[in-house]
Every structure is written in C-alpha cells, then in structure tokens.
Design a protein around this ligand. Structure first.
Ligand code: ADP
Length: 397
C-alpha cells in the first residue's frame, strides 16, 4: 500500500492536444479516489500515466516515496483492472488468477495461498476449476479483480471496470468493490463517467473537465458545496436547475429575483460569504437542486421556504418519487407577500434563451397530487440554494 502523488502533471498528445493540464493530487495511503467527468475529460489519460501506460509530458508521479516517471508499468507495483478484463480462455480461474505470480517464478505454495485467499474474499472459490466461458459477466469481473488482488500491489487502478455489466450487476459489483476495499484497504484509483458510481464509492472524488481538475472533495462536500457550475450540474441526479436572477437587497438581507419570484437568501445559505454584497444589483445564476423543491401542500411552510406557482408540463412517476417538469421564466409567481415587494425585475424575468432558465425539474413526494397543466404551489428550500457568478461560473455561496 502506498500514497500516490501527482505534481504538476501534464499530458500533451501529438497535434497539441492537452489531455491533462497541471494536475496536482495527493492520494492518501488506503484511500479510494474516483476520477469522474464526461467523455474526453482526461480521466483515463491521468490513470494511464500513473500506471505507466502513457508517457508523462511534464510533472512528476510518485508511488510511495519513489518517482515512477521512468519506471515500466510492471516495475511500479500497481495492478490494473479494465472494462475488458481479458481472461485467458484456455486457463481455468485458478490459473488465470495465479498467472502473473507464476511468471514472477513465485513459489507454488505461495501462489495457491494467495489465490485461495482472494477467491474467498471474492466468493468465487466454487469456480476455481472452471474456464472463463462457463462464468457469468459478474463472475468474470470478480476473477479479474482476483487477478489484481493476488499481486498484493501498492495500488489498484481501475478504468471503468463495471461498464460492460448490466445495470443490476453494476450496482452489486459497486458494493462488492467497496467491501473489498474496506477489507484489504489498498489505495485505489477508479475512473468512471458515472457520477453515481463516484458518489457511492469514493472517499474523495476528483471532477475533471477538459483535462483540468475542477474540484477534489468528499462526495458530501461535492454535493453540498460545488465550486462551480460545471461541478454543480455534474454531481446529482436529476441535475441541479440553473436560473438567471437578479440579486437585490431587502430588509437588510438579500433576495435573488427571477421572473416574479423572489428567493430570500437565508443566513444558512449565505454562511461566511461576505462577497455576496458585491453582487447586489447584478446578475447571478441561482442553482436549485430538484430535491429542494416540494409540493407546498406537503411541507410545513416556514420563513425559510419560498413558494412559487408553477404549471407542471410533464410529470414522471417513479414510484418512490415524482419528477415534475415546468418552465420557469415566465411562469413562476412569488407567494403573495413577496409579490408586494416586486420591483425592478421585469415580469419576463430576463427571458434568457441560453442554458439557464428554461425547463426546471422538481423531485417531489409520490404523495403529491399535482397534475399536468394545473397550477400548483411549490416550496423551495431557500437555505439550500446555490449562487454562481455568471461570468466566471464560480460559486458565490
Ligand atoms: P476520458 O477517459 O475522460 O474519456 P481520455 O483521457 O481518453 O478521456 O482523453 C482525453 C483527451 O485526449 C481527449 O480529447 C482524447 O481525444 C485525447 N486523446 C486520448 N488519447 C489520445 C491519443 N493517443 N492521441 C491523441 N489524443 C488522444
């Protein structure tokens, strides 16, 4: 087991494609780190540089105390698990798992001991004599993990290892990899484009976009305090709603106004962010997670709730919840008290035609009786809203 450290790591492919830019990262011994981001953001390239499968254009990679830039993959004492687990078809499970150790000329007794132990951890003891073709996808992926475990590496590197499995198996294997990590505690770097995998598995998540690290944080921190609009929109499902709004002062506090809606910024939402004042009378982007909007009839309205009138366009019943889609710009009307305060912002709410301020989604209780086309009052948890600078796209709150 070991720490893995990246110092100012860059990867420039021929044709001046910068795949990874100035990446700095300290991975603790035993930590489970997930690199996540959309396709092409550089996550595989970053992983492959750590593995030694890709040259590092500049910067340093350390595994433990050693700089590994010039070491071959097999000299780095790491084990990779890929999406295509490529087991040897003519070998049984036991031989597949022990093969790397045999190549190292390890003592047969020791190979057997390690294979048996890994098989036990992965619950594949029953399959040790089978050939890969007699195994299910999930069992094969377990053998691939077993092959990595027996090497007792300093770190596991996993590149979308579950993406070939069907949805149910993916969820199951996700849990198993988590348990495996708890049990053997080896430093693990896991690449995925799936934010749910990242949220459920990681100790810390690294969000990448265009080769640049956007934020490094625990899943909860990433959800509660995304640093910019990209992270805010990427983490969470359905994605956060973004609306262009105007920040105003009101009764010694602040409100974010859009259309005829005015959301009070609570002390809790503002926290220790004195910069908010700089945005008064300026445009901001308000971020509201779908789960922070609820059918007002089902919640106790407190001074922290801001209610808005909306007309649902589409309602999807998921059983455990309902997704309600409505368009925000022209429709939202503030609750009566705030209506009296309406001033500067035009009733068309700025009428933006960009990504912000079209269709919003609320994730509400299945008990709600809202219907498509019928106006309903929704309560927004004002203490949970986010504010972003429209130019830099960085979080203000
Ligand atoms: P991800 O794993 O996040 O999908 P990659 O790390 O595979 O992204 O790719 C990052 C960027 O580098 C992409 O723009 C991709 O097109 C580019 N890239 C990847 N491999 C090569 C290569 N061998 N040659 C040139 N460009 C590459």
């Amino acid at each position: 087991m070991a720490e893995v450290t990246l110092e100012d790591v860059n990867k420039v492919y021929s044709g001046n494609v910068v795949a990874v830019r100035d990446m700095n990262l300290d991975i603790q011994d035993g930590e489970f780190i997930v690199f996540v981001g959309p396709s092409g953001c550089g996550k595989s390239t970053a992983l492959r540089m750590i593995a030694g499968l890709e040259d590092i254009s500049s910067g340093k990679v350390f595994i433990g105390d050693n700089i590994v830039n010039d070491l071959q993959p097999r000299e780095r004492d790491i084990a990779m698990v890929f999406q295509n687990y490529a087991l040897y078809p003519h070998m049984n499970v036991r031989e597949n798992m022990g093969f790397a150790l045999k190549l190292r000329k390890m003592d047969k007794g020791e190979i057997d001991r390690r294979v048996n132990e890994a098989a036990k951890i992965l619950s594949i003891e029953r399959f040790l004599d089978r050939k890969p073709k007699a195994l299910s996808g999930g069992q094969r992926q377990r053998v691939a993990l077993g092959r990595a475990i027996v090497r007792e590496p300093k770190a596991f590197l996993m590149d979308e290892p579950l993406s070939n499995l069907d949805a149910k198996l993916r969820v199951q294997m996700r849990t198993e990899i988590g348990k495996l990590h708890n049990r053997i505690g080896v430093t693990t770097i896991y690449v995925t484009h799936d934010q749910t995998e990242a949220m459920t598995m990681a100790d810390r998540i690294v969000v990448l976009k265009d080769g640049i690290v956007q934020q490094i944080a625990s899943p909860q921190q990433m959800y509660d305090t995304p640093k910019n609009i990209f992270v805010a929109g990427f983490i969470g499902s359905p994605a956060m709603n973004f609306i262009r709004a105007h920040l105003e002062r009101e009764n010694g506090g602040y409100v974010a106004a859009f259309g005829s809606t005015r959301i009070k910024l609570t002390r809790e939402a503002i926290g220790e962010h004195p910069d908010v004042g700089e945005y008064v009378n300026r445009e901001v982007i308000v971020g509201i997670r779908p789960e922070h909007i609820e059918d007002a009839r089902l919640v106790e309205i407190t001074s922290d709730s801001d209610c808005v009138q909306v007309t649902p366009q589409v309602i999807e019943s998921m059983g455990s919840e309902k997704y309600v889609y409505f368009s925000v710009d022209r429709e939202l009307a503030a609750h009566t008290k705030s209506m009296e305060d309406m001033t500067a912002v035009g009733a068309d709410g700025g009428g933006s035609t960009d990504d912000f301020g079209d269709l919003m989604v609320a994730r509400i209780s299945p008990e709600s009786t809202v219907r498509e086309g019928e106006q309903v009052k929704m309560a927004v948890e004002a203490s949970k809203i986010h504010l972003f600078d429209p130019e830099t796209e960085q979080a203000i709150l």
